[in-house]
Design a protein around this ligand. Structure first.
Ligand SMILES: Cc1cc2nc3c(=O)[nH]c(=O)nc-3n(C[C@H](O)[C@H](O)[C@H](O)COP(=O)(O)O)c2cc1C
Length: 216
């Protein structure tokens, strides 16, 4: 027991996974309305987002919607169902969730803490100083681990990975609208600086940053 207790205590607190509320599959707005309303937003109120809203946005982005054998299938299409992307949440203001950087774990609808502390300003700074993005209570970051796709498809896997990131981004846009929220999208950032600011694992290349919150 003593050894077990020591092992538990030795684990960094940051390793604790956060289970998210179950996502909903019904909403108040039609798909057509969300498409008609969608715009890139660049000004946000400093209202917090709820854990349920974060959960819903992450599920829409890359959540599990079915299975084919033992393989999970997701909200976004993926060449060969290889799913080379990850979605990170740069959390600033979400009651019940400490500010920090988290990795979304689709299987289990959970967040894995990577880094403690509010990294929104650092992420906006790395985004060529687009500081408006740091107003949003949460920034979602889509990253690619190309090898998951290129080991089957070679160089063409890079193209497939980028196309998939676009699908995920649109899912986030439409879900934000359906929740009465707004999203921005940023492709202009310094790759290394952003990866460093968020302590992304090596091999996870950031592709898009999407601030989400209540629009101003
Ligand atoms: C791949 C990509 C990268 C983008 N990067 C940025 C960016 O760094 N900063 C920004 O303010 N908008 C960025 N945008 C948003 C575009 O400026 C915006 O989509 C375009 O002006 C059309 O406006 P709408 O999205 O509101 O319809 C990006 C859009 C895409 C698809």
């Amino acid at each position: 027991l003593g050894v077990a207790l020591c092992l538990v205590l030795a684990l960094p607190a940051a390793a604790q996974e956060v289970r998210l509320p179950a996502p909903q599959t019904k909403g108040a707005l039609s798909l057509e309305q969300t498409l008609a309303q969608r715009r890139t937003w660049r000004s946000f109120q400093d209202d917090p987002l709820s854990l349920a809203q974060i959960s819903q946005l992450l599920w829409a982005a890359y959540g599990v919607t079915g299975h084919k054998g033992s393989r999970a299938l997701k909200t976004a299409p993926s060449a060969g169902a290889l799913y080379p992307l990850d979605v990170y949440a740069v959390v600033g203001s979400v009651p019940g969730l400490a500010a920090g950087v988290y990795r979304f774990r689709p299987q289990g609808q959970a967040l894995l803490p990577l880094m403690a502390g509010d990294r929104r300003q650092a992420a906006a700074q790395a985004s060529l100083g687009q500081m408006w993005a740091a107003q949003a209570p949460v920034m979602l970051v889509i990253t690619a681990e190309y090898a998951r796709c290129t080991q089957r498809y070679g160089e063409r896997g890079v193209r497939y990975t980028h196309i998939e990131a676009g699908c995920v981004a649109q899912n986030i846009f439409l879900q934000a609208e359906a929740l009465g929220l707004k999203a921005g999208i940023i492709g202009a950032f310094r790759d290394q600086a952003l990866a460093h600011a968020l302590r992304l694992p090596s091999g996870h290349a950031p592709l898009l940053v999407m601030p989400v919150g209540r629009g101003r």
